[in-house]
Design a protein around this ligand. Sequence first.
Ligand code: GDP
Ligand code: MG
Length: 163
Amino acid sequence: RAPRIAICGRPNVGKSTLFNRLAGKRIALVADEPGVTRDRKEAWGELYGRRVQLVDTAGLEEAPPDSLPGRMRASTGTAVDQADLVLFVIDSRAGLLPEDRHFAAWLRRANKPVIVVANKSEGRGGGSAALEAYALGLGEPVAISAEHNEGVSDLIDQILDAL
Ligand code: GDP
Ligand code: MG
């Protein structure tokens, strides 16, 4: 089967923009799962000819307002469990927020291959957000701009290496 790639992170970091970018013109919505993860979207994508299944999570927005770790587990847990690779997206402009750190701590325990994606990095040469993100202990962040299509081919290279 095609490897599954889950795109995770707190609201507004650019997950859906990255999802659409990676799915590109080949986007084909195959499922809108009902229930807890109402907004979860899946698409087939082809990354340099390799067929993958992309999962865009919207879990943090959708989750019931109980404890933060509980919310994260409930909302993105299934997507992460089923994923072969997790793209953990952060917002370089906003920097790391407590939600990012909680999610990172949870991801470290989940024992899945993770690529930290420092989105909204257009026009920057790394910067403090990337350093901060490195300290999450999930490997070297890949700086991209999903909106401006910068760094995306590097990201695809890293994804293919990780699969
Ligand atoms: P999600 O909630 O994580 O799915 O985030 P969205 O993909 O909906 O994007 C949230 C906002 O960030 C939107 O206004 C996007 O246009 C914007 N955005 C996404 N990617 C980038 C980027 O690379 N640079 C900048 N400056 N804005 C971006
Ligand atoms: Mg979204």
